[in-house]
Design a protein around this ligand. Structure first.
Ligand SMILES: [Zn+2]
Length: 424
């Protein structure tokens, strides 16, 4: 039988569970980011939430700062005697995905999840077919939406965990810790957040993003990523005199696309397989343009793919007899796995922290990038831990409360386990 969600049950839980209460306050802010915006952050709502956080953290006795891009950071001084431990920075992002509305989010609770599925208020159904991870949530309480918006657990669950950690550190001085930084970033969902983060300001040895998905997962590798812009130049004449003269840029673009194997697309690959993804095309007889992304876990593999894109362009040029096709390839991010391989210490600390939180760690290579992929390549090794959130970026998004607590437990264990490290 499908279970339905209750507003009152969530209200009651918030009265007794501080972490859930913080989370519910955070999702009441509309912080959807906007890829078409010219400003940083891309939407005002992120500044509003940032300002709220600054006030909350000040009230706790911290000295948070918001920079002119909207990034909020707070430093936590080491406990006495722990000043020489390596410095750890937690990161989570304030914005939510542009894919679905983040306004007037109305969270509610499904208590003691059985196994069949959940019927949201507007009739949408979350079941095992849609979300195979649900089978691991039997007996959990799950926060869902009313079906009309996303929930925003990506990444307000991560933000909530960080705020709760800051509260705990103030409340309980018996928890010893090294120097810590807490950074709340903007515009992660439109791919620009890491560019707005200053490593000088963060000034840490390791980072941890709290932005992963299901309970127990630890993201230790990401794709290597490049994008390519491909421009086609045609020769346009009246069709009456076109014979052997007209070169149609639209046809050239179509010919170019046909050169890519259909077995190497996002929809035909999985696990550790790379792909080409042509995601935008526009054109007319005179000129055409297409945009593609190129992904591979292996850096040599990525380079080979980039070469293949260039070869396809040469093929088109040889075919028409002039330089009709031009390719511009830009680096996007690199596999954080390569950086983490050189910093095994932080991964060992993560593994121990999962164990301390009574979790079996599931190490994953994710078919995407994280803020950590960018930060790791810039010199801040940065794995990604789970928040518990499932089905992110749409109305099916949900957050098992017990998983959220596990995320907090892991983060707290990370703080303790960092005290065994020494800065040289
Ligand atoms: Zn996220």
């Amino acid at each position: 039988m499908l279970q339905s969600a209750s507003l009152d049950d969530l209200k009651n839980l918030c009265a007794t569970d501080d972490l859930t209460d913080i989370f519910c306050k955070l999702v009441s802010f509309d912080t959807k980011s906007d890829p078409t915006s010219q400003t940083v952050p891309s939407t005002k709502g992120q500044l509003v939430l940032g300002a709220y956080l600054v006030e909350e953290l000040k009230a706790l006795g911290y000295e948070p700062q918001m920079d002119d891009l909207g990034v909020v950071t707070t430093k936590v001084k080491a406990s006495e005697g722990y000043e020489n431990c390596k410095r750890l920075c937690f990161l989570a992002h304030l914005d939510t995905a542009p894919d679905a509305s983040g306004a007037n989010v109305s969270p509610r609770l499904v208590k003691n999840f059985k196994e069949d599925g959940i019927k949201l208020d507007n009739g949408l159904v979350i079941d095992n077919d849609l979300c195979p991870n649900l089978k691991d949530c039997k007996g959990y309480d799950i926060i869902v939406t009313d079906g009309t918006t996303l929930l925003g657990a990506d990444d307000k669950a991560g933000v909530a965990v960080m705020v709760e950690l800051l509260k705990t550190l103030k409340k309980d001085p018996s928890i010893k810790h090294g120097p810590l930084c807490f950074a709340f970033s903007v515009d992660e969902e439109i791919g620009t957040s890491a560019d707005h983060l200053s490593l000088e300001k963060i000034d840490c040895d390791y980072g941890i993003t709290i932005d992963g998905s299901s309970e127990g997962e630890l993201d230790v590798a990401t794709f290597n990523a490049s994008k390519a812009k491909v421009d086609f130049t045609g020769v346009s004449v009246h069709t009456a005199v076109a014979y052997k003269v007209l070169k149609n840029a639209v046809s050239l673009a179509a010919k170019f696309i046909e050169l890519f194997p259909s077995s190497e697309r996002p929809e035909t690959t999985r696990d550790l397989e790379g792909f080409y993804h042509i995601h935008n095309i526009e054109g007319r007889t005179e000129e055409a343009h297409l945009d593609m992304i190129i992904r591979d876990f292996d850096l040599d593999g990525l380079k080979k793919r980039e070469d293949f894109v260039r070869k396809c362009a040469s093929f088109i040029n040889d075919y028409v007899g002039y330089e009709a096709c031009k390719v511009t390839i830009t680096k996007q991010y690199r596999n954080l796995g390569a950086v983490l391989a050189e910093s095994p210490e932080i991964l060992d600390i993560c593994r121990k922290s999962y164990k301390d939180a009574n979790l079996n760690v599931i190490e994953k290579s994710i078919r995407g990038g994280t803020d950590g992929s960018n930060l790791s390549c810039r010199g801040l090794p940065c794995p990604n831990i789970f928040t518990g959130a499932l089905n992110c970026h749409g109305p099916y998004e949900c957050l098992p409360v017990q998983s959220l607590h596990k995320s907090y437990d892991v983060a707290l264990a990370l703080i303790s386990n960092m005290t065994s490290t020494v800065r040289k």
